[in-house]
Ligand binder design. Structure first.
Ligand SMILES: Cc1cc2nc3c(=O)[nH]c(=O)nc-3n(C[C@H](O)[C@H](O)[C@H](O)COP(=O)(O)OP(=O)(O)OC[C@H]3O[C@@H](n4cnc5c(N)ncnc54)[C@H](O)[C@@H]3O)c2cc1C
Ligand code: FES
Length: 297
């Protein structure tokens, strides 16, 4: 069992957890992730390690509620426990002194980009960060990103905070201003990473993206996380999750990620139903049979 030392919402539906995991904390490198399972019959989900504190024996993760397991996870509080936390998994980010690096984080992807941005800064790079969110309250880790960046540019889709627009608008401005860019690192929704990669391909700027296919075992055995890189199959859990953005087949990624949509939607509906009936707790989530919940179904 892995104890939650701190749990705090950073934004609606986005929660940061500090978890006791001394062995993972000692080994973690930027770009790596854990696979966790909340209760015995629960699904395994991959989550990036946002930070680690080897002295304290803790790691932190930032989780956005999108389906059953992330909703259940975000219902946990300080003092609760997570059944399994396996990691660190995946190849670490390639950290070197490239020169000027633009780090782009979209939504919860900002939390995934943060450790890499910090490591790139420590390695001597000039780090220009671009953080995007749909709206003001969903901008996360602003002060943390500012602390590891030479400049931080923020966009919101609706203009409720900083500049209205998309992260790609800021990247375009940097390119058009003649900023020398040696590397772009983009982490966020697939559509965002694809748009960044298309822009930088034309400018011949090396671009790394962090892919988020559905994962199961995280060890290269199940094939669940297969992605197509330059026409060749690779497993994001062991060969990635970071890949050259100009070589990724994003269409296949989108298609494979939507394969279980019906099952995911059903699972979420059952979770909501069970939650209303108070049948989901920190350690189990019994699906409530039809008709049990006050005859509403
Ligand atoms: C290497 C890696 C690192 C990740 N790091 C983080 C992180 O730090 N924080 C975070 O909040 N999320 C992260 N994710 C995404 C997270 O794993 C998914 O959001 C989660 O598995 C969804 O589970 P669920 O049961 O809540 O939702 P599901 O019901 O399984 O899915 C709900 C919705 O989420 C989409 N979805 C399902 N699986 C994924 C997935 N693997 N990636 C993206 N969307 C998915 C589905 O298409 C569906 O629309 C990461 C994914 C990978 C592969
Ligand atoms: S998650 Fe099973 S091969 Fe990658």
């Amino acid at each position: 069992m892995f104890k939650i030392i701190e749990a705090k919402f950073l934004a609606p539906g986005i929660k940061r957890f500090v978890i006791e995991a001394p062995r993972i904390a000692r080994k973690q490198k930027p770009g790596q992730f854990v696979i966790l399972r909340i209760y015995e019959e629960g699904e395994r989900i991959p989550i990036t390690i946002e930070n680690s504190d080897p002295a304290r024996g803790t790691i932190s993760i930032v989780v956005q509620s999108v389906g059953k397991t992330t909703n259940l996870l975000n219902s946990l509080s300080t003092g609760d426990e997570i059944l399994d936390v396996v990691g660190p998994l995946g190849k670490p980010s390639e950290i070197a002194d490239y020169g000027t690096v633009v780090v782009v984080g979209g939504g919860v992807g900002t939390a995934m980009a943060y450790p890499t941005a910090a490591a790139l800064k420590r390695a001597g790079n000039r780090v220009l960060s671009i953080v995007g969110a749909r709206t003001k309250e969903l901008v996360i880790l602003e002060s943390e990103m500012r602390a590891v960046s030479d400049a931080l540019l923020i966009t919101t889709d609706d203009g409720s905070y900083a500049d209205k627009g998309f992260v790609t608008d800021k990247l375009r401005q940097l390119i058009d201003n003649g900023t020398r860019i040696d590397l772009v690192v983009a982490v966020g929704p697939i559509v965002m990473m694809k748009a960044v990669a298309e822009m930088t391909r034309k400018e011949n700027i090396h671009t790394v993206v962090s892919l988020n296919p559905i994962m199961i075992d995280g060890t290269g055995m199940c094939g669940g996380c297969r992605v197509l890189i330059e026409g060749k199959s690779q497993f994001a859990c062991v060969d990635g999750p970071e890949f050259d953005g100009h070589k990724v087949n994003f269409e296949v990624l989108v298609q494979r990620n939507s394969m279980y949509r019906d099952a995911e939607q059903q699972s979420m509906a059952e979770y909501q139903h069970a939650k209303e009936a108070q049948a989901c707790t920190a350690h189990s989530c019994a699906v409530v049979p039809e008709g049990v919940h006050g005859g509403q179904r």
